[in-house]
Ligand binder design. Sequence first.
Ligand SMILES: Cc1cc2nc3c(=O)[nH]c(=O)nc-3n(C[C@H](O)[C@H](O)[C@H](O)COP(=O)(O)O)c2cc1C
Length: 240
Amino acid sequence: MKNIFVFIGSPLKERSNTYTLTKMMIDKLLKLDNSIKFDLITARDVNIQACKGCWSCMNQGTCPLDKIDDMAFLKRKMLDSDFIIWGSPVYAMQVSGQMKVFLDRLASWYHTFRLAGKPGITVSTTAGAGLEEVHEYLKLVLNMAGVKVVSSLETYGTLPETLIDPENALKSAHKMVYEIYPYLTGEKTVETDKGLEYSFQVNKNKVIYGAEVLKADHRYWKENKMLEMNSFEELLNEIN
Ligand SMILES: Cc1cc2nc3c(=O)[nH]c(=O)nc-3n(C[C@H](O)[C@H](O)[C@H](O)COP(=O)(O)O)c2cc1C
């Protein structure tokens, strides 16, 4: 049984175009294989407080806000999943504020590859522009968390519940199913790429030279014998 974790950074819940596009894909996937389980969570479904900038996650290994909101629950869901989907509408040419608040709360994960070995995709919708910026940014943060981004899904939409070309959106969503399903069956496995190797080098340098301020992140690398590794590929080999 495979678990998919989806977080959509739109405040519109089921009325969100990004949610609708993602749901088209999930529905098709379930038709293909109803043993697949998924959590489809939107920014409206959960309480996520904005990061206070205390550095505790990177220094102590804990976030004080995790005790008072839903972020600990979301982190557990992501760690337990086999496939990660992060989606956001384009707001002011980037991800929505709600998405950014969610992403900021994972700051220490971008130093420690907590999601290493998992495949994932990015999803976005826009009224006109900004898709490239959103996919690129989401891919970067997913890579920093260790996720191999295997594809991206997008379409155009305007008001709530208004896709500009629903037929085409459905086609793209259905096509995406055949890109991600082989990762769920094991027919395809995660391989390293340029983005993941870049993240590895950046993070290794960060935790070595910033060991004093990134105490918890450095400890994580040490405990998991990652300091002895020289590439993301080595980490993947260790995981698999
Ligand atoms: C606050 C806000 C900002 C937006 N900014 C942009 C923008 O910069 N460029 C653009 O083409 N569309 C923009 N849009 C349109 C949305 O990207 C589009 O309607 C999207 O489908 C909304 O997704 P959602 O329904 O999942 O929230 C914006 C919409 C809102 C509400």
